[in-house]
Design a protein around this ligand. Structure first.
Ligand code: IVH
Length: 672
């Protein structure tokens, strides 16, 4: 008993310490310890909690990611509507708004609060007894979706707030906070690049990425994507709690919420206007995107008097910064080949000055976008540039000064760089070059091949690879294994020792297992995990090369899309030749074929609902180890549906189709 009391104390102290450092890092952006030290504290807590599972509480810092993937979101009604704001674009409109505020309130001495208009999505957080119990999206303003498990993974959202802290901030124990959920520019850039590398569709802006992230059914994905939350409203039973908005912001900050520090309490429109102008210039330097300034009447009593029109309050207004844009002529379209072979149409423009720089190129995204815009060569187009995003064509302009162009934009049949026939897989927007040796794809392909999780050739980074490509020393990944010391010494900044290091690294990579080589080939849709399954299933590169679409689909997690991509890859003679050379160089082409059980061979399972004794991954592994296959959707081909509690539509469908529905006990028995 004494031991457990001891553990309880230790756990409580550790949690407090971790929460404090989370607050310093994620709310104040002012860490005091290194990531390493922080991770150590977390591990210590995890260890203690593992030894004393009864002491785990939902607000423990270890419990941000928890629960199993869900099948959908529950709709929740808001305590009071989540409104939007009316927009203005000029100083004049702003003055008009002030005039209305004066008229309706019958007073002229009105205080305003200026805040940044953060370009994310609004979110409501419910706290009961200081504990986060609910996170809900705005939805249609009246009802939103319950995204609590996802929101719990956002580190700047407190999971619980101690009573004395709330008291000190003057906030009641049960309350609602509203604010903006967003993805910082840096995270957006990094994640999008990663998606691009993996052949996934990219997001146009951080706001869309945020929305896609918070609505992930599997909250562990949300956790990896580093969202941030800024609080700007405090409600109790749907009503504003403090008598002044300025107080609300301070109180939220005192309670440990992240509140944007770029805010100002002002007495006049002059001051509002100067705040607006000041931020128009500085907005680029912020780590997140803003699209304007929000001006709010400070006094709650005045807010109530002013009330609402339709969907927006009369007591607040958004001043939107104009998208930096201009009109210019579309001279031509060229097709750029990215690292994954994706062809992107790039508009070549008559040079136009936008926001201090001359723009000559803008993206047209893809063929669907070209169709949507209805754009032709010779058209005048509106071009916009925002933040550090690439300029884009936003619409075709047509009036008497801007006649329409007439030349259709051709979609290339061949890769503009290497001449290989381009491919558009059914159901996809993008055209791609599938030639692994295409020079345009080379840099990305080689960097992927040499990177840490793949062939782990330390030192083979962008500057070295660029030089190797420029000198013609490397035209594909197999050429890496023909490099000599003389080749390396001919490059900039290479001495005997550094050249030898690289050669040693290259030699070492030959000891890495088959699945790494498969992953390194950069076959579309074949990530680390799939490569591992492929290696285990086929046991050799040769067997994989000769597998048919049907055979490939016997592999865990491989569906028609991945199978076709693999067959397409090996169907290209240049790719075959490349693989052959890798084999000759001595890379691992044989692996251990994983002997899987046969009890469930040929049987397909679908898991649904929450299982009591297994996580999804554990259950899946059990079935797969016994030779079975787990898929995501119920069809006539499904043999068993394993249903846990709260099973939803999949269970309904299984019943409809008359499939065998079993529980986890029966699953255990079947798997032996
Ligand atoms: S106040 C009724 N403050 O802008 C009050 N909104 O266009 C409505 N937004 O849906 C919200 N920054 O998602 C407020 N500092 C800020 C904001 C902000 C961004 C968003 C919010 C809202 C949208 C309205």
């Amino acid at each position: 008993m004494a031991a457990s009391k001891d553990a309880e104390k230790k756990i409580a102290a550790l949690r407090e310490k971790i929460r404090h450092h989370e607050y310093l890092y994620y709310v104040l952006d002012r860490p005091e310890i290194s990531d390493f030290e922080f991770d150590k504290l977390m591990q210590e807590l995890q260890q203690l909690e593992a030894e004393h599972p009864s002491l785990i509480t939902p607000d423990s810092p270890t419990q941000r990611v928890g629960g199993k993937p869900r099948e959908g979101f529950v709709k929740v009604r808001h305590s009071s509507p989540m409104l939007s704001l009316d927009n203005t674009y000029s100083e004049e409109d702003l003055r008009d708004w002030e005039r209305r505020v004066h008229e309706l309130s019958g007073r002229k001495d009105v205080d305003y609060v200026c805040e940044l208009k953060l370009d994310g999505m609004s979110l409501s957080l419910g706290y009961d007894d200081g504990q986060l119990v609910r996170g809900v999206t705005r939805g249609d303003g009246t009802t939103g979706e319950d995204v609590t498990l996802n929101v719990r993974t956002v580190r700047s959202v407190p999971l619980s707030i101690p009573e004395d802290k709330l008291k000190h901030a003057g906030i009641p124990a049960d309350f609602e906070v509203r604010g903006e959920l967003l993805m910082p520019k840096a995270a957006f850039k990094k994640l999008n690049e990663e998606r691009e590398r993996n052949g996934l569709a990219t997001f146009a802006n951080p706001r869309n990425f945020t929305a896609g992230t918070v609505r992930q059914l599997d909250a562990s994905i949300t956790a990896q994507r580093r969202l941030d939350f800024f609080a700007y409203m405090l409600l109790q039973n749907g009503h504003t709690y403090f008598d002044r908005h300025w107080k609300t912001l301070d109180a939220l900050e005192a309670a440990g919420f992240k509140v944007n520090s770029h805010r100002k309490l002002v007495r006049s429109m002059e001051e509002v206007w100067s705040f607006i102008q000041q931020w128009e210039e500085k907005r680029e330097s912020l780590p997140y995107e803003i699209d304007g300034i929000v001006v709010k009447v400070d006094r709650t009593s005045l807010q109530d008097e002013l009330g609402f029109t339709g969907k927006a309050p009369r007591w607040a207004i958004a001043y939107k910064y104009a998208a930096r844009g201009g009109i210019t002529k579309l001279e031509n379209v060229r097709w750029q080949v990215g690292r994954t072979g994706k062809l992107t149409p790039v508009a070549e423009l008559s040079p136009v000055a936008i926001g201090g720089t001359t723009v000559r190129n803008a993206t047209l995204h893809n063929v669907d976008e070209i169709e949507r815009l209805g754009v032709k060569i010779g058209d005048y187009v509106q071009v916009e540039r925002g933040g550090d995003v690439i300029p884009k064509v936003s619409k075709v302009v047509e009036d008497k000064d801007h006649p329409r162009g007439t030349k259709e934009i051709d979609i290339p049949e061949k890769c503009p760089v290497c001449g290989t026939k381009v491919v558009r897989t059914e159901g996809e927007v993008d055209y791609r070059c599938v030639n692994a040796n295409c020079p345009a794809k080379l840099l990305g392909t080689i960097l992927h091949f040499a990177s840490r999780g793949v062939m782990n050739i330390d030192g083979m980074g962008e500057s070295l690879v660029t030089q190797l490509i420029e000198r013609g020393l490397v035209k594909n990944v197999a050429d890496i294994y023909d490099l000599s010391k003389k080749d390396l010494l001919s490059l900039e900044r290479f001495a005997d020792k550094s050249a030898q290091n690289i050669l040693d690294e290259i030699e070492n990579s030959k000891t890495l297992p088959l699945e790494r080589v498969i992953y390194g080939l950069g076959i579309r849709f074949v990530g680390e995990r799939t490569a591992q399954f492929l290696g285990e299933h086929f046991g050799s590169m040769e067997a994989l090369e000769d597998a048919s679409v049907e055979e490939l689909q016997d592999v865990n997690e491989v569906g028609p899309r991945i199978a076709e991509s693999i067959v397409e890859f090996f169907g290209n003679p240049a790719n075959r030749k490349l693989v052959e050379r890798l084999g000759q160089a001595g890379l691992a082409f044989k692996g251990k074929k994983k002997e899987r059980g046969t009890k469930l061979a040929g049987k397909t399972f679908v898991l649904t609902g929450t299982l009591a004794h297994y996580t999804r991954d554990e259950a899946k592994k059990m079935i797969e180890d016994a030779g079975g296959k787990v898929t995501g959707s119920v069809s006539k081909k499904t043999d068993y549906v394993v249903a846990g509690t709260d099973a939803g539509s999949k269970l309904d469908k299984a019943k409809e189709l008359g499939l065998a529905v079993i529980d986890e006990r029966e699953m255990e028995k079947l798997a032996g």
